[in-house]
Design a protein around this ligand. Structure first.
Ligand code: DON
Length: 303
């Protein structure tokens, strides 16, 4: 696509004109304080180009987008053993829901709902010190982005530790079914820190190249796991909004309550979008809109 730059600038202008931002996540203080009227988009293409528009060099909290990287690290470490503890089905429930866990005996539906991400992080710990598991996730992200200037914001992690009652409830409930190996507080602390990784929109798009099947891009997991992670992003990456995201955008995506979305157009592009205001599903409102505009204009849907 030669005219990607004007398209991204057009989309950015339109998003600012529409000014339909939604509200930033309120339950993590640092996120609640972020100005919602901000937008960035960055696209890395198969031929090595990187094109961006808006505030693509501003850092934001990647939150649940980190679940993709933690999942890749865990699959690399323990492989398919993870699936005895976590499913691969969409949940149809919100990201922090507890409802299915009782009837499904503590086996979360997928690795992207919070319960499933907690089990995934618990598996990644495998009896190690949290700082070792966190270093593993961070090095995977840095290797994928080919950029060492990516860090965790300990203040954001601590802040969520203070207010994250829902996640604490989920972790203890999982433990009651024997589906946490480590003490709940240890798994929670690791998970909160993983979610507190900060990246710019450009860095996130670059990191996503490892999932786009580009020749020459950093390879951090096997080709089989690339396919599987993309499948999970498509079916579960936006929680109970996953069907709608597939309908509007037609590409695998993973959202975070910091307003980031990582989107993969297999063999074509890795796309990152950021806008901190959220829709009713807890996914970026303007970001989802921009993803739909991009997919319509480029025809990059997988369908
Ligand atoms: O666990 C939480 O609630 C946050 N650290 C992450 C949730 C999140 O990003 C949901 N995605 N849209």
């Amino acid at each position: 696509m030669s005219d990607l730059r004007p398209l991204l600038e057009d989309i950015t202008d339109r998003i600012y004109r529409e000014a339909d931002w939604g509200q930033p996540a309120q339950y993590i203080r640092e996120l609640a304080e972020v100005d919602p009227s901000q937008f960035a988009i960055c696209v890395c293409t198969e031929d090595g180009r990187m094109i961006s528009a808006g505030l693509a060099e501003r850092r934001f909290s990647i939150q649940s987008v980190s679940k993709v990287f933690a999942l890749m690290a865990t699959l690399g470490r323990i492989g398919g053993q993870l699936w005895s503890r976590v499913g691969r089905e969409p949940s149809g429930t919100s990201f922090d829901s507890v409802v299915l866990l009782e009837s499904e005996r503590g086996r979360p539906r997928n690795p992207f709902v919070n319960a499933g991400a907690l089990v995934t992080t618990d598996a990644l710990l495998s009896g190690r010190e949290p700082k070792l598991a966190l270093a593993e996730v961070l090095s995977l992200v840095r290797a994928a982005a080919e950029d060492d200037d990516i860090h965790m914001n300990a203040k954001v992690a601590k802040s969520e530790e203070r207010t994250g009652s829902r996640n604490k409830a989920l972790a203890h409930y999982l433990a009651s079914f024997g589906n946490l190996i480590n003490p709940p507080e240890m798994t929670l602390g690791t998970y909160f820190h993983q979610c507190a990784i900060e990246m710019t929109t450009s860095q996130l798009a670059r990191a996503g190249r490892c999932l786009a099947g580009f020749e020459g891009a950093p390879s951090v997991v096997s080709t089989l796991n690339v396919r599987r992670v993309n499948a999970l992003m498509m079916t579960c990456g936006h929680y109970d909004g996953s069907g709608d995201f597939a309908f509007q955008v037609g590409l695998p995506g993973k959202s975070g309550v910091g307003g980031g979305i990582l989107i993969i157009a297999p063999k074509v592009a890795s796309i990152a979008i950021w806008s901190p205001g959220l829709n009713d599903y807890g996914n970026s409102k303007a970001g989802t809109r921009a993803a739909a505009l991009l997919s319509q204009a480029t025809g990059w849907s997988v369908f």
